[in-house]
Design a protein around this ligand. Structure first.
Ligand code: WTA
Length: 645
């Protein structure tokens, strides 16, 4: 816990949507009268074509949850059409290009037309309710149109982050049997181009079921073209009608699949549904960010991650908000870019990841001080624990000690924020995700699975269903039950550790499983290990994380070459390249240490605890190594360890 001072709720948040009193009362109600609470929220936040008959049913201990049974609604209608009477001319999306000279305002009526046209194109290609559509896009407005167009016709989108490799695209397309892909010729990021269509072409050589590939023209570079399959977006969308009737969806119909990494095996397709997801996206957006009519909200995430889904698109648009979407990176053309954008578009709330804050902090205050940032009212953090030093810098320098920071804890699987301070209700403790959101029942468990009372540290679990809960892992329901609902029967297991202090604040300490968090991106050690051992010269690999000043965690690989293979710099470079082609650039190892042997128990299990200590350079106390089959391998690893920083 930090010795940093507590920041009380500032006076200018006295009239926030939620204050300390209303938080306590509403939270209590959300637990005591769960059905009544969520029914009221569902009425307040969403427009239903048909009311539900049952708020929630299902056996939580089996991971079953059905919310708003019998209810019908359409997500795109809720995010666009219903706002038109009041806000047709109001901006829905502000797009800021990678190049500071490029930006565009898209009004709700323009959004309506563009989403309808694309939805009509998809329908004309035979895409309908329940069909899966892969979206592999740069951060351009068409990415938002694509997601909303799928929602409009009841198709299930699977957005694949634009930084993933062709192999990763293939895996995801095949897993969900997507038959349609929406992409762009190229993306622009930090002054460089990303060959998206080329990557898709490579991926599609192994995906025979894909019949349609819609391509947005961004850079205009020449592309290979498969007649019949490949279609220019700008041509197809002009040939269809500008109105498209939204498909009537059941509350429990799937809205999207989003792949995320776990501690074992390949990434899994987390499935979210229509009513519950949209409700919790909408509610958390309004309350966590204390969103006010007409404010400009900027979430810097990529739409390829859940944060982009929930807080660039669905949460803001369900509230009729103005959401800023940024194509580029915080350091291009220079480290002042974010603050220039804040001034240019008069951003009121800025929501980013600790890794970006640390990177900008490292450059110093000058690029921040060049801007006024007078429009800022609130700051947010998401994706990984924020160290109190970075928090203080963000608060003092970026927010001029005026803007509260909401440090929001949640996951792809939770769909929406679960733990966060509320700016008008919660005194801020730097580094603490703080308090459960409405309807979120938390507990900390000890090793044996017993609930810890009062202050203490343990495994963070959730005790009862919430509307935007993961419904299944696409195509593998059993894996969902095993991953989240069988470690501690009766609880949803988050995979995170946390501490609760004497005031009831939660402090997330990080993953307790074999999942890494690299610059806020989730990555399974198993995925990187499988990539490394694809190399014919490699016998075995074990990957662990180590603390990294900017990225939060770095990737440290212990690699055993085949007998007779001499480790070399070129082999090292090939392994780094292999991770990039198998997964994506974000999976490139920071450290590769050659390991003639790995520390294994007599039953052959790798003792990662020891490897983690070596990677962290904490070799003074390696703990008990007597159960190792060959304790001498440890000496070799310790003697040859790499000090990453
Ligand atoms: C971590 C991102 C500490 C955590 C929304 C979680 C955090 C994983 C925070 C989910 C936070 C997210 N403080 N840790 N405020 N937010 N995490 O699925 O380990 O990409 O389990 O969702 O990120 O990552 P995911």
């Amino acid at each position: 816990m930090s010795e940093f001072p507590i920041h009380p709720v500032p006076p200018h948040f006295a009239d926030a949507h939620i204050n300390a009193k209303t938080y306590a009362a509403l939270y209590q109600r959300s637990i005591d009268d769960r059905d009544g609470f969520w029914a009221d929220m569902a009425t307040e936040f969403l427009s239903w074509d048909q009311p539900w008959h049952t708020v929630v049913e299902g056996d939580f201990s089996k991971g079953e949850a059905r919310w708003f049974g019998g209810g019908k609604l359409n997500v795109s209608y809720n995010c666009i059409d219903r706002h038109l009477p009041e806000r047709a001319g109001q901006t829905a999306l502000i797009w800021e290009g990678d190049n500071p000279a490029d930006s565009e305002h898209i009004s709700y009526s323009q959004l309506h037309e563009r989403v309808c046209r694309l939805a009509n194109v998809l329908r004309a290609r035979g895409v309908g309710k329940g069909d899966r559509v892969c979206i592999y896009m740069p951060m351009i407005p068409e990415a938002a149109y694509a997601m909303l167009a799928c929602a409009r016709i009841g198709a299930i989108h699977s957005v694949v982050f634009g930084g993933f490799s062709p192999t990763a695209i293939t895996d995801r397309i095949l897993d969900a049997d997507c038959r349609t892909v929406i992409t762009a010729d190229e993306g622009r990021r930090g002054g460089k181009v990303v060959p998206l269509k080329t990557n898709v072409d490579t991926a599609l050589t192994s995906c025979p079921n894909v019949h349609t590939c819609l391509v947005v023209r961004v850079t205009g570079s020449t592309q290979a073209w498969q007649e019949g399959r490949d279609i220019w977006y700008h041509e197809a969308t002009t040939e269809v009608a500008r109105e498209c009737s939204p498909e009537l969806m059941d509350a429990e119909d799937p809205l999207f699949i989003l792949y995320t990494s776990g501690s074992t095996g390949k990434p899994k397709g987390v499935l979210h549904t229509t009513g519950g997801y949209l409700l919790q996206a909408a509610m958390t957006f309004k309350y966590t960010f204390d969103y006010r009519e007409g404010e400009v909200f900027w979430c810097t995430a990529d739409v390829g991650w859940v944060t982009g889904h929930t807080y660039i698109l669905y949460g803001p648009l369900a509230n009729g908000a103005i959401s800023l979407m940024f194509e580029g990176v915080p350091t291009y053309p220079d480290a002042g870019r974010c603050w220039e954008i804040v001034d240019k578009h008069q951003v009121n709330t800025f929501y980013t990841a600790p890794t970006a804050i640390r990177a900008l902090h490292a450059v110093g205050d000058a690029p921040v001080k060049r801007s006024s940032r007078d429009s800022l009212r609130l700051l947010g953090s998401v994706g990984e624990p924020i160290n109190p030093e970075a928090w203080e810098w963000y608060y003092r320098v970026v927010g001029d000690s005026r803007c509260p920071i909401v440090d929001t804890w949640w996951q792809t699987e939770t769909g929406a924020q679960m733990i966060t301070p509320l700016p008008g209700a919660t005194d801020l403790k730097p580094g603490a995700a703080s308090m459960p959101m409405f309807g979120v029942e938390l507990a900390l468990l000890d090793e044996g699975g017993a609930e810890i009372e009062g202050a203490g540290a343990g495994y963070l679990v959730i005790k009862s269903s919430w509307p935007s809960q993961i419904r299944t892992i696409y195509g593998d329901h059993q894996r969902m039950v095993e991953t989240y609902f069988s470690h501690y029967p009766g609880y949803y297991f988050t995979g995170d550790g946390a501490t609760r202090d004497q005031d009831g604040y939660y402090w997330i300490t990080g993953r307790v499983d074999d999942v890494l968090n690299i610059s806020g991106h989730r990555m399974g050690t198993a995925e990187i290990e499988s990539a490394l051992v694809l190399h014919e010269d490699i016998a075995e690999a074990a990957v662990v994380g180590y603390p990294h000043d900017i990225k939060g965690q770095g990737i440290y690989c212990f690699v055993t070459p085949m007998d007779g293979v001499e480790p070399s710099e070129s082999l090292r470079a090939e392994l780094v390249a292999l991770c990039a082609t198998e997964i994506g650039a974000i999976a490139k190892p920071d450290v590769i240490q050659w390991a003639p042997g790995l520390p294994k128990t007599r039953s052959g299990k790798i003792m990662r605890r020891i490897l983690r200590k070596i990677a962290e350079n904490e070799v003074g106390n390696l703990g008990d190594i007597s159960t190792l089959a060959d304790p001498s391998v440890v000496d070799h690893l310790v003697a040859n360890r790499v000090h990453p920083e």
